[in-house]
Ligand binder design. Structure first.
Ligand SMILES: Cc1cc2nc3c(=O)[nH]c(=O)nc-3n(C[C@H](O)[C@H](O)[C@H](O)COP(=O)(O)OP(=O)(O)OC[C@H]3O[C@@H](n4cnc5c(N)ncnc54)[C@H](O)[C@@H]3O)c2cc1C
Length: 598
């Protein structure tokens, strides 16, 4: 059976020692009083919830899956899911970082980030029920009318109701401009919505009193394409003016997808027949409003893979210390045993350290991003708010795609550590691989993320935001460039930062002449950018660890951090050279391939 220990020490290291979040909070009036003890106490309780309540349901939820009653259209999630959700609501976890005006606790987003990393490690399928609700809360909070906020936000904040995002239709996934669901205006100002949605996560279940669907549809006079999409809130049960539940609305689950992983989450086919809804935001501006939810979800999906990377690593490490096979190449290590534990073999260590480096680097990046979100929303200085928003926008596709690709590499490597036993269900490793696989696909495939990064976020503003992030690297290089002990971290980082400018300019020039050049280079580009960002955080983590060691701190945590940083720069970071080379090889070899693909 797999195990899970919440990585509280590492979270505290990132928050308190590397990013010094409480110093940053002092500048945010809403969070000025949030101190280290409060953060640590919340994290500890969150870790207990994940490890004790949802983790024990991970394997059983995967085995049992969800069941649809075709007659009633009701879905029953796996045994224990409903009870765990009730505990989540009772514990106030849904409200952790929500607005106090609607019953939230108003704590910083960084705490929610860590809560969700642990929930994802424990049980990604279960976590998607509250996770999507949080995105729906954010979209309605940003774009809802006062009436909609009053009706829906307190219930989403408390967790009594859950939310969904209904974008995808059978013929329309990446290209939302193709969507056909229709919304007919009614004399009372409401809308009747008709159409079919597929792949709707947490789309139907019995865990909450109501489900708040956020649905994209077209108004009768809407322009073609993505400029004619509007956003509607469509509840499972209509809500009466006094807030109580009315009759069942015309939005039903007609089928459940049978899928590779996340079996405990209901992936619903949804039919809407004159479902009653209300418009969110402006007519035909639905995509912009939905982007609030989609951006939150993209960071959330990166966090799903971060969670799986961590839990897979923990289990592979325990197994590698215990399993004995063959002798070490450099001589017997466990004389009292008939063979050495497999952790003595260099390649087993490489697999373990790959997962560890990706988990810890991903954690630093994800917490940094949510700290920027806290600043974007709460900082009194408008320029800080604007800069934070720009950098989060730049980093969002990197969090989504780089962390989920790394999750794929890491969960597979950890499964490999188990040999044949990794492929067998009993150890739980193959579930981590299967559950992670969807993270590279939904919320905009990783290809789409890379086009967003290179095409829109970098070339779209002539690299201005990338330069903002580059300044952070420049400052670290200036601070540590003469420190010999930091050279093994700073030199490759400074070199890549310098290369990145030339590389981006070159791709921009080629893309200007032929847009397919951007499409051909984007996936490799995102991975290089991911390493640039990870390299920055690994160098900062090494800096803190070196200072502690120099000051005589003998806590093995810092030695471990330094060794993992060394591994990262020696074995993972150098793939950037190959990636830049393949990106530079251009689009011709892809686009002149008609004969090969005929
Ligand atoms: C388990 C699960 C849960 C989901 N949950 C939700 C949900 O809650 N709500 C929701 O609305 N949707 C959800 N989805 C849908 C998901 O977001 C889509 O599957 C995804 O956006 C891709 O769309 P598609 O499957 O139609 O693939 P397509 O859009 O058909 O893409 C097929 C391939 O073509 C590539 N491609 C497409 N366009 C381009 C381009 N311009 N350049 C390069 N490559 C391109 C894609 O990257 C992909 O590899 C879920 C899907 C699954 C499987």
């Amino acid at each position: 059976m797999p195990q899970y220990n919440p990585p509280l020490r590492d979270m505290q290291f990132v928050m308190h020692e590397v990013l010094k979040v409480t110093d940053e909070f002092k500048a945010l009036p809403k969070h000025a009083e949030v101190d280290v003890d409060t953060i640590n106490a919340v994290l500890e309780e969150a870790g207990k919830f994940a490890a004790e309540v949802t983790f024990p349901l991970n394997i059983s939820g995967d085995t049992e899956g969800c069941k649809l009653d075709q007659a009633t259209h009701e879905v029953t999630p796996p045994k224990g899911f409903k009870e765990a959700y009730a505990k989540y609501v009772e514990g106030g976890w849904a409200a952790l970082s929500c607005d106090p005006e609607y019953g939230g606790q108003g704590l910083p987003f960084v705490l929610n980030q860590c809560l969700y990393e642990m929930l994802n490690s424990a049980n990604q399928a279960w976590t998607m029920y509250p996770g999507l609700s949080h995105g729906a809360y954010e979209a309605l909070h940003a774009h809802g009318t006062d009436e909609q906020k009053k009706t829906y936000l307190p219930k989403l904040v408390s967790g009594e109701w859950t939310g969904t995002m209904c974008l995808t239709e059978p013929h329309c996934g990446t290209d939302l401009g193709l969507l056909r669901s229709k919304a007919e205006p009614q004399p009372d100002g409401s809308y009747k919505i008709t159409g079919n949605k597929i792949f709707i996560s947490a789309g139907e279940h019995n865990m909450a009193g109501n489900i708040v669907h956020l649905v994209l549809a077209r108004l009768p006079d809407a322009p073609q394409g993505s400029k004619g999409i509007s956003l509607f809130v469509v509840p499972k049960f209509n809500v009466k003016p006094d807030g109580s539940l009315g009759e069942r609305n015309g939005i039903f689950c007609s089928g459940l997808e049978h899928k590779m992983g996340i079996h405990g989450n209901a992936t619903a086919q949804i039919v809407m027949e004159n479902a009653s809804g209300s418009l969110v935001g402006q007519p035909n501006k639905g995509l912009a409003a939905m982007f609030v939810m989609m951006n939150a979800a993209r960071l959330g999906v990166g966090n799903q893979s971060l969670g799986l990377t961590e839990v897979a690593f923990q289990n592979a490490l325990a197994y590698a210390k215990d399993r004995i096979q063959m002798r070490s190449l450099s001589g017997v290590k466990a004389k009292d045993k008939p063979a050495d534990p497999i952790i003595v073999h260099p390649d087993v260590r490489k697999m373990l350290l790959t997962a560890k480096a990706y988990a810890e680097g991903g954690r630093a990046l994800a917490i940094y991003c949510t700290l920027l979100l806290d600043k974007e929303i709460n900082h009194p200085d408008e320029k800080v708010r604007k800069d934070s928003a720009e950098v989060v926008a730049l980093l969002t596709p990197i969090v989504k795609a780089f962390l989920t690709d790394n999750g794929h590499i890491a969960t597979n490597a950890c499964m490999q550590v188990f040999g044949g036993h990794g492929f067998i269900k009993e150890w739980g490793m193959e579930q981590f691989v299967r559950d992670n696989r969807i993270n590279m696909i939904y919320e905009g495939t990783n290809t789409v993320q890379s086009l967003d990064l290179l095409g829109r976020k970098v070339l779209g503003n002539n690299g201005a935001t990338l330069k903002k992030f580059g300044k952070l690297i420049g400052a670290l290089v200036a601070e540590e460039g003469v420190n010999e002990k930091m050279a093994e971290f700073i030199n490759p980082l400074a070199y890549l930062a310098d290369q990145m400018t030339k590389f981006t300019t070159e791709l921009g020039f080629k893309g200007f002449q032929n847009p397919d050049e951007v499409g051909a280079a984007a996936v490799d580009y995102l991975r290089v950018a991911g390493h640039l960002v990870f390299g920055y955080f690994w160098a900062r983590m090494a800096q803190v660890a070196l200072r502690e060691v120099a000051a005589g701190n003998t806590d093995p945590f810092y030695q471990a951090k330094l060794q993992t940083a060394r591994f990262y720069f020696a074995k993972l970071f150098p793939e950037t050279a190959t990636l830049m080379r393949t990106a530079r090889s251009g689009s011709k070899v892809l686009m002149d391939t008609d004969a090969a693909l005929a």
